[in-house]
Design a protein around this ligand. Structure first.
Ligand code: F6R
Length: 358
């Protein structure tokens, strides 16, 4: 059942601290900073990585590809449905299928194609014994527990964490200080997600009330917040049926800015104080100049008040983990807007939980 929640989606959003603890259980040694993923015991450090996925899982794959590149492993994410046009995997490539259900037709067929071309394959999945788990050479379970709501929530968070763990475990010791910071922030992650869940509902209800009826909703972010901007928009459009688009913030002035008016709220995602975060502030100024209402979702490391009509704060944490907290905030916003509009949240029109045709 829904354990007292009005929808499975809300229940699953609130299950994230537990899901993340399960995902991390036995894989993280806080003292030594070691990460061990027993599922993939014999997997060697890949020379090159391709990730294939659809929808929300593709956004996790984009995050994963960025993380691999950061530790020096060339990696690229592909939409599984477009994998036919990807460069063929070279020797010692690892092709990772990121798929919650393990049954998505496009992802299975991309994985089969990769295998056919001689690549080693790994399924990162939630469902034990799923087709992807059975067909791939290796499997890593994200351990979210069953997800009933059509809109993926807790499984996205667990995918981000699983990919992070995978990278630390197959490419250890690249930057020990970085690893230590990551391990520490993963250790605190469930608590930080809980605090996002505990704090925000009243603010969000008010915000949603104010913003509903807008022409469209935009989500912008850079670096690790770019896939989260895409995911924020996907979740929003999926369950509210309102027009929403996510962009890497730098792309705004290459087209989408033409759509920005006083009637298109912009959600800007800013964590840490790196170049990506600072440049996002510049992009916020551009949308402010067009009169768009700006909601900044931030850890508060940079001073954003004068850039924002509304600031939603998430706890300050490591740069790799902050975007995950931002995403939880965006899940709540999408949920509240859909509830406000009386949408059928757990089964949005035209959508299915598992897409088994190409
Ligand atoms: C969106 C959503 C879908 C899935 C996609 C892939 O909320 O759930 O976009 O992410 O259909 O599904 P899996 O991960 O099962 O391959």
């Amino acid at each position: 059942g829904k354990s007292g929640y009005e929808h499975f989606m809300l229940k699953e959003i609130h299950e994230q601290p537990t899901a993340l603890r399960q995902c991390l259980s036995g894989r993280l040694d806080r003292l030594s900073g070691d990460v061990t993923v027993e599922d993939i015991g014999d997997l060697e450090t890949p020379v090159r990585v391709q990730l294939v996925a659809c929808g929300t899982s593709y956004h996790a794959a984009l995050y994963g590809a960025q993380r691999f590149r950061e530790v020096g492993i060339p990696a690229q994410a592909f939409l599984a449905s477009e994998y036919a046009t990807a460069p063929p995997p070279v020797d010692e490539s690892l092709v990772i299928g990121v798929t919650q259900s393990g049954e998505t037709a496009d992802t299975l067929s991309a994985l089969r194609a990769a295998k056919g071309r001689g690549a080693e394959t790994l399924a990162v999945t939630n469902v034990v014994g799923s087709t992807a788990a059975r067909e791939c050479d290796h499997v890593m379970y994200i351990r979210s527990g069953p997800e009933i709501g059509v809109a993926a929530t807790k499984t996205f968070s667990s995918q981000l964490v699983s990919l992070s763990l995978l990278i630390e475990s197959v490419a250890p010791g690249v930057d020990s200080e970085r690893t230590r910071a990551l391990v520490e922030s993963l250790w605190r992650l469930a608590g930080n997600v809980q605090s996002v869940l505990d704090n925000s509902l009243d603010d969000i209800e008010e915000l949603v009330d104010e913003l509903s009826g807008s022409d469209a909703y935009f989500f912008i972010g850079r670096g690790y917040n770019a896939p989260v901007a895409l995911e924020g928009a996907l979740k929003f459009k999926e369950i509210t049926y309102e027009h929403a688009e996510g962009f890497p913030a730098g792309e705004l002035k290459h087209g989408p800015l033409a759509l920005v008016t006083e009637n298109t709220p912009v959600f800007a995602l800013v964590t840490g104080d790196d170049a990506a975060a600072r440049k996002t502030l510049g992009n916020i100024k551009e949308v402010q100049a067009r009169g768009a209402p700006v909601v900044v979702v931030t850890d508060g490391v940079l001073e954003v008040e004068r850039f924002a009509d509304v600031v939603l704060r998430v706890p300050e944490t490591d740069g790799l983990v902050g975007p995950l907290l931002v995403n939880v905030q965006l899940q709540l916003i999408a949920y509240e807007m859909a509830a406000h509009l009386n949408r059928e949240i757990d089964k949005p029109r035209n959508l299915a939980k598992s897409v088994t045709v190409e």
